[in-house]
Write a protein that binds this ligand. Structure first.
Ligand SMILES: *[C@@H]1O[C@H](CO)[C@@H](O)[C@H](O)[C@H]1NC(C)=O
Ligand SMILES: *[C@@H]1O[C@H](CO)[C@@H](O)[C@H](O)[C@H]1NC(C)=O
Length: 382
């Protein structure tokens, strides 16, 4: 099906939805997201390839009242600039924890979120974002602020009367962060996702069209793996949404599919090399410094994915001390690479790169470091 046919089908679907309440749930979720807002469709380049850079765990805005915090943010700016310069990707995926909202004593976390996405925007590269567990957390008062040195100056009101004026330290809700990003940025392909999946917000699909014929040649699914203001989990409603989307867009599994979310699923624990041991084949990576910190439960997403041979790989962030890919069933489970100077861990910073080739189809990946070196090449499908 061509993408313009998909548009008219979606329009017909929207009409049906008004007639049948039972259908409304599914059909509304099938409407296109970014292209509907006037974004041009994403396409493979003239050489038939499409390159994606994953920026994971930037953690902007930490400790903004110290010297340390702003210096970390400047470091994260540098890492992204170096990676974009070296790789010149077609697309950027911000893989969650763009900001550390629980450590951000200003009412509007969008100010720091915007700094994160400015790396792609500044080079004219389109992007999409998913939420991590820190993006909408409420501000936590550091214990030392109750010591004799006291509370440093805040841009966040302390008295109840100021809080009742609408300004508080409660964190910026997911919807506000995303709505601001989308509204301010022509290059943003992010989406708030269907309302019936809330509180999960970053649930949407992007199609990448072939450079020869106009049909989709790659589907990228983005899911909100929770955390922050609610449990770290992918809900069974999200599983159903994925099933209906994939069935609608790719019924015979002809189009390869890649999946992006923030918190590793419990399947990552099953395939993980033992923490702090060498990463051995078939896994590929360079750091294995900690245990996988998985989602709180598995409610069917991995089964839904494993049933589809068209699903080639899942990409997550969250664990700053892991950067491996391991096979699982017929797909690969990959960590990105900690990109930001914010957040725990002093391992050198970098970004996972994914290069997809259309014909013959292949997905290869590697990690590009801040200092320009490249390592951990792996073929995820061919
Ligand atoms: C927060 O900051 C963003 C980016 O500067 C701005 O577009 C948005 O309107 C602000 N939101 C609020 C609630 O002040
Ligand atoms: C780049 O950083 C890596 C650590 O990721 C280090 O092993 C390597 O020696 C560095 N290379 C150069 C040329 O600085």
């Amino acid at each position: 099906m061509r993408w313009w046919q998909w548009h008219s089908l979606a329009a017909a679907g929207a009409l049906l939805a008004t007639l049948a309440a039972a259908l409304a749930l599914t059909v509304a979720g099938l409407r296109p997201t970014a292209t509907e807002r006037g974004r041009p469709p994403l396409r493979f380049g003239s050489g038939g390839s499409f390159k994606v850079a994953l920026f994971a765990d930037l953690h902007y805005g930490e400790d903004a009242w110290t010297d340390w915090g702003p210096a970390q943010d400047a470091g994260s700016d540098r890492v992204m600039a170096a990676v974009l310069h070296a790789e010149n990707p077609d697309f950027v995926v911000y893989l969650g924890d763009l900001v550390t909202a629980n450590n951000l004593p200003i009412p509007n976390a969008s100010l720091y979120w915007d700094r994160a996405v400015s790396a792609a925007r500044g080079r004219g590269i389109p992007w999409a974002a998913v939420f991590g567990n820190h993006d909408d957390m409420p501000f936590e008062w550091p214990p030392e602020w109750f010591s004799p040195d006291g509370v440093p100056p805040l841009r966040c009101p302390l008295t109840p009367s100021m809080a009742s004026s609408g300004c508080s330290c409660r964190g910026t809700p997911r919807i506000d962060l995303m709505t601001t990003e989308i509204g301010n940025n022509r290059l943003s392909y992010s989406s708030n996702g269907p309302k019936d999946l809330w509180p999960g917000v970053s649930n949407y699909v992007l199609q990448v069209l072939s450079h020869t014929h106009g049909d989709p040649a790659l589907l990228m699914y983005f899911l909100d793996s929770g955390g922050g203001s609610y449990t770290e989990v992918i809900s069974s409603a999200q599983v159903k949404w994925f099933q209906s989307q994939s069935q609608f867009l790719n019924p015979n599994g002809r189009i390869p599919e890649l999946i992006f979310w923030h918190i590793p699923s419990t399947a990552y624990v099953k395939v993980a090399p033992e923490a702090k041991t060498e990463i051995r084949k078939p896994c590929v990576g360079s750091i294995n410094k900690e245990d996988v910190a998985p989602q709180a439960a598995e409610w069917g997403m991995m089964d839904a994915l494993a049933k589809r041979p068209s699903v080639k790989a899942i990409f997550v962030g969250h664990n700053h001390g892991l950067d491996w890919c391991c096979p699982y069933e017929k797909m690969w489970l990959c960590f990105a690479r900690h990109t930001g100077y914010g957040g725990y861990g002093n391992w050198p910073k970098g970004a996972r790169i994914i290069q997809i080739t259309e014909n013959p189809f292949s997905t290869v990946s590697w990690i590009r470091m801040e200092n320009g070196t490249k390592h951990s090449d792996v073929t995820l499908s061919s």
